[in-house]
Design a protein. Structure first.
Length: 81
């Protein structure tokens, strides 16, 4: 049986970037041995973060903000809509 993963996209990520970001999120889940049923992509790749409530350049550099939910988490908590 296939592991179907539903992707949710937030914000104004350019359509042309979606396949790359989805592939990156999927590869990350695979590398971490996660089996998500839902993936929320919050942003495109960026170099800012909130430190003590102030947005500034992230000292760790570029990153992608994503969230993974497995079947158990989806059953217990609100699902993405």
């Amino acid at each position: 049986m296939a592991n179907l993963v539903k992707f949710y996209i937030m914000g104004t990520i350019p359509t042309r970037r979606l396949p790359q970001l989805m592939a990156l999120a999927y590869q990350t889940a695979n590398d971490l041995h996660l089996h998500p049923k839902a993936v929320l992509i919050w942003s495109d790749i960026h170099d800012t973060t909130s430190i003590l409530g102030t947005y500034q350049k992230d000292p760790k550099g570029l990153h992608l903000t994503i969230c993974f939910k497995d079947a158990e988490q989806l059953a217990k908590q609100h699902a993405y809509r």
